[in-house]
Design a protein around this ligand. Structure first.
Ligand code: PEP
Length: 338
C-alpha cells in the first residue's frame, strides 16, 4: 500500500560538480562498457551506453522548465545496475534465544529458487550462534560497528572484532542510528571507510525523512549522504547502497515502485557523475521500507532496484524467503531489456 502521494517531487538538483576529486572525466562521445548480471548462475553480458553528460544537461532542462522530474531522471540514468540481487534481513533489536533458533530453522528450511545474495543481520549477541547454525545460502551481518579500532568505547564493537569472529558484513548508517544515536553523514562516511579498510562488506543506508521528501529535498539528502561516503572511500566493490526512505521504515507505508525506482536511478546517476560510470553500473542499490511478501515482486521488477533491506518481514522465515525469491522477477525484467 503506497500511502505517500506519488506526485511528491524527488527534488532533482544539479550535482555535476565533483564530490570527491575522484570523478571520472566525462568523454565527449558516450563511453561503452559491459557489465554482467548473473541469472540463475549464468552470467549474462549486458552492454550499456553511458552518456556521462546527459544527466547534468537534463537536470538543467528540468530546472529551466520546471517539468520532467522523476521520469526524466529515469530516462537519463542509463547507467543501469549490473549486479546479483541482494536481500538483507535487519533483525534489529528483536528476538531471544528461542525465537532466533526458530527463525533460523525456518530460514534453513526455505527454498531459495534463484541466484541471490542473502545476508541476515541478527542482534550482536546472537551473531555467533546464527553464523554457526544458519544454512550456507545465507551470510551474516552485524548491524553496526565502531568508527575506529577498539579501546575505551563502552558498548561498541570494532570492525576488527567482526572480522575476527568471521562476520563478513555490517550495516552502517541505518536511519535509526542516524536519528537515535546522532550519527552524522560524516561519521557514517568514516565508519564505512574504516569497515571497508578492515575487509568488511558494507550495506550503507541513505534516505530522506517525510519532511524532507515533502520539501522536495529527497535527492539533495541522498546526495549529501552519498557524498560523505564518497569523500572517504575510493573502492566501492564491497559497498551496497540501501535506499531507505525514513517514512517507509517500519511504518507499513511502502514507496511506490515508481518512487523507489526514481530515487534509485538518481542515486545511480550521481554515482556515475561523481564516482565513475563503471562503479555506477556495478554498485547494487537495495530498497528498504516496509517490503513484504506481497509487495516485493512489483518492487523487484524495477530496473534499478537490485535488492532489498528488510526489517519487520525478515523476522518471518517464509515471508523473507518469498522476498528473496522476488529476485527472479528482477532477473526476468533485466533479461527482457537486454
Ligand atoms: C529497516 O529497518 O531497514 C527496514 C527497512 O525496516 P522495515 O522493513 O520494517 O520497514
Amino acid at each position: 500500500m503506497a500511502l505517500v502521494a506519488s506526485s511528491l517531487s524527488v527534488g532533482v538538483v544539479a550535482h555535476g560538480a565533483s564530490a570527491t576529486g575522484r570523478r571520472a572525466t566525462p568523454t565527449a562521445s558516450a563511453p561503452m562498457f559491459a557489465g554482467f548480471r548473473r541469472v540463475n548462475g549464468a552470467p549474462a553480458v549486458l552492454t550499456r551506453d553511458v552518456e556521462a553528460n546527459s544527466m547534468v544537461s537534463l537536470q538543467a532542462s528540468v530546472r529551466a522548465t520546471g517539468r520532467g522530474g522523476c521520469g526524466a531522471v529515469r530516462m537519463a540514468a542509463q547507467a543501469r545496475g549490473t549486479g546479483k540481487f541482494i536481500v538483507g534481513g535487519n533483525w534489529k533489536c528483536n528476538g531471544n534465544m528461542a525465537s532466533i533458533k526458530s527463525l533460523v530453522a525456518d530460514l534453513n528450511a526455505g527454498a531459495v529458487n534463484c541466484d541471490v545474495d542473502i545476508v541476515c543481520a541478527p542482534p550482536m549477541v546472537y551473531l555467533p550462534m546464527v553464523k554457526n547454525s544458519i544454512d550456507s545460502k545465507f551470510e551474516v551481518s552485524a548491524q553496526n560497528c565502531w568508527v575506529s579500532s577498539g579501546g575505551a568505547f563502552t558498548g561498541e564493537i570494532s570492525a576488527e572484532m567482526l572480522v575476527d569472529a568471521g562476520i563478513p558484513w555490517v550495516i552502517l548508517g541505518h536511519s535509526e542510528r542516524r536519528s537515535l544515536n546522532g550519527e552524522s553523514n560524516e561519521f557514517v562516511g568514516q565508519k564505512v571507510a574504516y569497515a571497508l579498510g578492515k575487509g568488511l562488506s558494507v550495506m550503507a543506508c541513505i534516505g530522506e525523512s517525510l519532511e524532507q521528501r515533502e520539501a522536495g529535498e529527497t535527492m539533495n539528502v541522498c546526495y549529501a549522504q552519498l557524498k560523505a561516503i564518497a569523500n572517504e572511500i575510493s573502492d566501492w566493490s564491497k559497498v551496497v547502497i540501501a535506499y531507505e526512505p525514513v517514512w517507509a521504515i517500519g511504518t507499513g507505508k511502502v514507496a511506490t515502485p515508481e518512487q523507489a525506482q526514481d530515487v534509485h536511478a538518481g542515486v545511480r546517476a550521481w554515482m556515475r557523475d561523481n564516482v565513475s560510470p563503471e562503479v555506477a553500473s556495478a554498485v547494487r542499490i537495495q530498497y528498504g521500507g516496509s517490503v513484504n511478501a506481497g509487495n516485493c515482486e512489483e518492487l523487484a521488477m524495477q530496473e534499478d532496484i537490485d535488492g532489498f533491506l528488510v526489517g519487520g518481514a525478515s523476522l518471518q522465515g517464509d515471508a523473507f524467503i518469498t522476498i528473496c525469491n522476488a529476485a527472479q522477477a528482477h532477473y526476468d525484467v533485466v533479461k527482457a531489456m537486454a
